[in-house]
Write a protein that binds this ligand. Structure first.
Ligand code: 13P
Ligand code: SF4
Length: 302
């Protein structure tokens, strides 16, 4: 049996499902039971009844959210090093310090945070629902972290004041995208449309025809009549885009836009993870309860 067949066999034997983020390596996306953006993976993890094991081909905070939302399941992260650097940028202490300066402002945290930080927020959001979450709040000033670019995007869309915590939180992969590169690509592909993730800079948003989460980009790509699409997000998404739209051409806006953490999940590690049932993601109960409440509030926003 090859490695993929071995993984398939183990999946059946152990009643496991593999949930993969849109940025995973192509071979991981292909062996996964479900591929999606961060909110879709959380929803899937929450509603999974049959499986006993959820293997998260993703990064730490996504697996943590699954463990919080569905504590009855064993959640595995194949590589412990698969940590989102942006999530590390905001500690609980920093949130407490910001609250001293803005005692009446609600705290909204991007899901790209650790559970220990989520425990100190009022509600979570993802890039797919951040605008709706902020609009649902009865407050004009909101503490928002850790992504400053997402905060600025949501400010533009809602007209509210979002105070970024920390001041300059960012995704090291999405800040690689520069409008100069897009302008050159537009000269090479004059009929192309441009879609970017809201973790990109404001300058990138200005050259974009569409801004949205990874799954919203997948929908836009399906629906746009354009035949060539310039993509401003981690290159892993192009595998899914090409699979779903074989007649269209996808061009990455910056060729080295790779999230090294997302790429740590390999077929070998996935196999070992399933075989040895490691690494089990556990969130201490008091933290999990508070973070659960913040995630739950997010799901209630329409
Ligand atoms: P999505 O929710 O759009 O998939 O984004 C997650 C992420 O980590 C983007 O860098
Ligand atoms: Fe974190 Fe950026 Fe990687 Fe997304 S692409 S997981 S925000 S480092």
């Amino acid at each position: 049996m090859n490695i993929t067949e071995k993984i398939e066999a183990l999946k059946k034997e152990k009643k496991a499902v593999i949930l993969a983020h849109n940025y995973q390596r192509p071979e991981i996306q292909d062996v996964a039971d479900y591929v999606g953006d961060s909110i879709e993976l959380s929803r899937k993890a929450m509603s999974e009844h049959e499986a006993e094991i959820l293997v998260f081909a993703a990064v730490d905070f996504m697996a943590e959210s699954a463990a919080i939302l569905n504590p009855a399941k064993k959640v595995l992260l194949p590589c412990l090093g698969a940590r989102c650097p942006m999530a590390q940028m905001l500690t609980a202490d920093e949130i407490k310090r910001a609250k001293v300066h803005y005692p009446h402002a609600p705290v909204v945290l991007y899901v790209n945070t650790l559970a220990s930080s989520k425990a100190y927020c009022d509600v979570c959001c993802t890039s797919a629902n951040a605008v709706e979450v902020i609009n649902s709040l009865d407050a004009d000033t909101v503490l928002f972290g850790p992504d400053r670019n997402l905060a600025e995007y949501v400010m533009e869309k809602t007209g509210k004041t979002l105070v970024p915590i920390p001041e300059w939180g960012f995704c090291p992969t999405h800040v690689l995208f520069q409008p100069e590169d897009v302008i050159i690509l537009k000269q090479q592909h004059p009929n192309a449309v441009v879609m970017v993730h809201p973790e990109c800079s404001a300058d990138m948003r200005k050259v974009a025809d569409f801004v949205g989460s990874t799954s919203k980009m997948c929908r836009y790509a399906r629906e746009t009549p354009a035949k060539t699409i310039i993509v401003g997000t981690e290159e892993g998404l192009l595998h899914r885009l090409r699979k779903e739209n074989p007649e269209k051409r996808f061009v990455i806006a910056y060729k080295d836009a790779v999230c090294p953490n997302m790429k740590l999940t390999t077929l070998d590690r996935l196999y070992t993870s399933l075989k040895e049932e490691k690494h089990v993601v556990k969130v201490p109960k008091p933290v999990a309860e508070k973070a659960h409440a913040a995630l739950e509030r997010m799901f209630q926003v329409k």
